[in-house]
Ligand binder design. Structure first.
Ligand SMILES: *[C@@H]1O[C@H](CO)[C@@H](O)[C@H](O)[C@H]1NC(C)=O
Ligand SMILES: *[C@@H]1O[C@H](CO)[C@@H](O)[C@H](O)[C@H]1NC(C)=O
Ligand SMILES: *[C@@H]1O[C@H](CO)[C@@H](O)[C@H](O)[C@H]1NC(C)=O
Length: 306
C-alpha cells in the first residue's frame, strides 16, 4: 500500500514537472508555426521562404548539366522532383529554411556541393569542365570488397553487398544500419534501395547532413547555418563555424587536417561553383571555408567487434 502511495506521489510530481516545463517552454512554443502546402508543414521554419521558392528546376538542371550525358553512369536516375520531395522531411527542421533566403540558398549549395563532389565523374578535360559532372553516379562501379564488418547491432544480411550507394555514398553494413534506422527503412536488408530510389538516396544524404553523429556534437547543418558555438576544445582544434567543419563532420580525417589536399579542394570547388551558378557568388562562401588545419571531430571509425 505504502508503495502505491509513493507511486501516486511520484506521478503527481512528474505531472507538476511536465506542467512547469510546458510553461517554461512557453516563449518558444508561442513562436508562430506555418504551413507551406506540401513542401513544409507545421514549423516555424516554414514561415520563411522554402527551397522551391529560390531553387527551381532550371537551377538544378544548371548545376548538374551533364548527369544525363550518354557517358554518365546514372542516366535518368536523379531529378529535381526527387530532391524536393526528399527535402520535405527536413525543411520543417530547418534544412534550407533557416535564417532567411540567402542562408537557405547557401545551405542548398553547400549540401549539393558535397553531393556533387562525391557523385562526380568529371575529370580535367571533361566537356563543360570537371565541375559539371555531379550526380554522374548513383553507386560505386567496381567495388573491390563487400564492405561487411562484424557488428552486433547491424549484422550483414547474407548476400547483401554494402558498397557505396546514394547521393552521399554510404559504405559498410553499420552505416546502412544507422541510416536505415534514421529513415525507418530496412536498408540493412535492402541496401540496393539507395541505387533504385532517388528520393530515398537524397533523403539518406539529408539525414546525414541534419543529424549529429554523436551526442553533444553539432550536425553539418548546425555548423553551417550558425546554430553552433564551438567549445574551447573545438577552437583549439581549429574547428569553427563554416563550410570547413561540415567536411570534418561528414568525412573527418579522410579529408581534414591534411593540409590543402585534392580531396578537400574538390568539395570546396563544387560548393563555390554552385554558389556562382545560383547567382550568390563565391565571394559569399563564408568564413572558415576549409578544414586543412582542423583536427577531426571523430577519429576514423573503429568497429566495436574486438
Ligand atoms: C526567417 O528569415 C529571417 C530573415 O529573413 C531570419 O532572421 C529568421 O531567423 C528566419 N527564421 C528562422 C526560423 O530561421
Ligand atoms: C522511394 O522512397 C520514398 C522515400 O523513402 C518513398 O516514399 C517511396 O515510396 C519510394 N518509392 C518507391 C517506388 O519505392
Ligand atoms: C577536450 O580535449 C581533451 C584532450 O584532447 C580531452 O581529454 C577532453 O575530454 C576534451 N573535452 C571535451 C569536453 O570534449
Amino acid at each position: 500500500m505504502a508503495r502505491e502511495k509513493a507511486c501516486r506521489a511520484a506521478k503527481a510530481a512528474v505531472l507538476v514537472l511536465v506542467v512547469a516545463l510546458y510553461f517554461a517552454g512557453g516563449v518558444e512554443s508561442k513562436q508562430k508555426k506555418c504551413d507551406k502546402g506540401w513542401e513544409c508543414t507545421n514549423s516555424i521554419y516554414c514561415c520563411n521562404e522554402t527551397i522551391s521558392d529560390f531553387f527551381q528546376v532550371y537551377q538544378f538542371e544548371n548545376l548538374f548539366s551533364k548527369r544525363n550525358a550518354p557517358v554518365a553512369h546514372a542516366v535518368g536516375f536523379w531529378d529535381y522532383h526527387s530532391f524536393i520531395i526528399a527535402s520535405t522531411v527536413y525543411q520543417p527542421l530547418g534544412f534550407g529554411t533557416t535564417g532567411g533566403k540567402e542562408m537557405g540558398m547557401k545551405e542548398v549549395a553547400a549540401f549539393l556541393g558535397h553531393v556533387g563532389s562525391k557523385t562526380s565523374c568529371g575529370y580535367g578535360v571533361a566537356t563543360g569542365g570537371p565541375l559539371a559532372w555531379g550526380l554522374c553516379y548513383n553507386h560505386e562501379m567496381s567495388p573491390s570488397q563487400s564492405y561487411c564488418n562484424e557488428d552486433y547491432l547491424y549484422p550483414c544480411t547474407p548476400g547483401a553487398e554494402y558498397y557505396g550507394r546514394g547521393a552521399l555514398p554510404v559504405f559498410w553494413n553499420y552505416n546502412y544500419g544507422i541510416i536505415g534506422d534514421g529513415l525507418k527503412v530496412d536498408l540493412l536488408s535492402h541496401p540496393e534501395y539507395l541505387e533504385q530510389n532517388a528520393t530515398m538516396a537524397f533523403q539518406a544524404a539529408m539525414w546525414r547532413w541534419m543529424t549529429p553523429m554523436k551526442k553533444k556534437q553539432p550536425s553539418a547543418h548546425d555548423v553551417f547555418v550558425g546554430n553552433w558555438e564551438p567549445t574551447k576544445n573545438d577552437t583549439l582544434a581549429k574547428r569553427l563555424p563554416g563550410f570547413g567543419t561540415t567536411m570534418n563532420i561528414l568525412y573527418g580525417d579522410e579529408v581534414c587536417g591534411q593540409g590543402s589536399v585534392d580531396s578537400m579542394n574538390n568539395i570546396i570547388s563544387h560548393y563555390q561553383y554552385y554558389l556562382d551558378l545560383m547567382g550568390i557568388g563565391r565571394e559569399s562562401s563564408g568564413e572558415n571555408l576549409d578544414c586543412a588545419e582542423q583536427e577531426p571531430m571523430n577519429p576514423s571509425y573503429q568497429p566495436a567487434s574486438s
